[in-house]
Ligand binder design. Structure first.
Ligand code: PTJ
Length: 227
């Protein structure tokens, strides 16, 4: 992460965000808990059933799991879009380069961002008309609450990875994965491999039976019990 900042890929604020995440990871015992596994199964099933899934990539995500995310996007037929809070053409280009190096076919949100997420100012509100703007499901790991809420207001399914179960992102998302992204994305790759042969009716059932509110509640109880 420190090298990522020096290389101009991770925003300085990304380091602080990472530290916030680490504090919550200690409360999880730095392991993937049962509730995170349930959320990841629902997330993968939802992404597989989506017509136009898009994965949003910021500086932290590119550095921590760029390779694994490209692999997941391929397995789920999802698009990859660079979306930055601290947007500069240089950072966009460097993140695109990481994704391309790991085998991404096309990277959205670089240069061409003709649409805007209603109610969001700053660089992160600008999106690709063929990417996040028309997606039915958006995977937004390590994000801020405003963007999650704005995407939900656009009637999209929002899947997050956020170690803080109390964050506005976790509280507002359709599926909230409370786990470290370095464990979550490889695990989602494993699930995507296992679900490849599943009938769409079974995938639908996995999504239907998942209750995000109750899953988050159990996660918070587990963290409290471990203190
Ligand atoms: O690259 P940019 O310009 O788009 O900037 C991205 C940052 C990360 C700076 C921006 O999205 C941000 O400030 O995010 P927040 O509002 O701090 O939210 C990030 C959330 O991710 C926090 O709730 C952290 O607890 C959580 N988090 C941090 N590291 C991890 C994490 N969750 C999972 N895995 C992690 N490794």
């Amino acid at each position: 992460m420190v090298q990522g900042v020096k290389d101009g890929i991770v925003a300085e604020a990304g380091l602080i965000a990472y530290g916030r995440g680490e504090a919550f990871d200690y409360l999880l015992g730095e392991k993937t808990i049962h509730e995170a596994e349930s959320a990841m199964k629902a997330a993968v099933a939802m992404l597989m059933m989506s017509e136009n899934p898009v994965m949003s990539v910021n500086g932290n995500v590119a550095i921590l799991v760029g390779k694994e995310l490209v692999e997941l996007a391929k397995k789920l037929n999802a698009k990859l879009e660079v979306n930055l809070f601290y947007r500069t053409p240089e950072r966009e280009g460097k993140i695109e380069e990481i994704l391309l190096k790991h085998g991404a076919g096309k990277v959205y949100g670089v240069g061409n961002k003709t649409e805007k997420i209603p109610g969001l100012d700053s660089g992160r509100g600008k999106v690709d008309s063929d990417g996040i703007f028309k997606a039915d499901t958006v995977f937004v790991p390590l994000e801020d609450g405003d963007r999650t809420e704005a995407l939900i207001a656009m009637k999209k399914n929002v899947i997050t990875v956020d170690l803080n179960p109390l964050s506005r992102t976790s509280q507002k998302a359709t599926v909230s994965i409370v786990d470290n992204i370095v464990r979550a994305v490889p695990y989602m790759n494993k699930i995507a491999g296992e679900y490849r042969e599943l009938d769409s009716k079974i995938l639908e059932e996995i999504v239907r039976e998942y209750d995000n509110k109750s899953n988050l509640e159990k996660t918070i109880q587990r963290m409290k019990a471990d203190i």
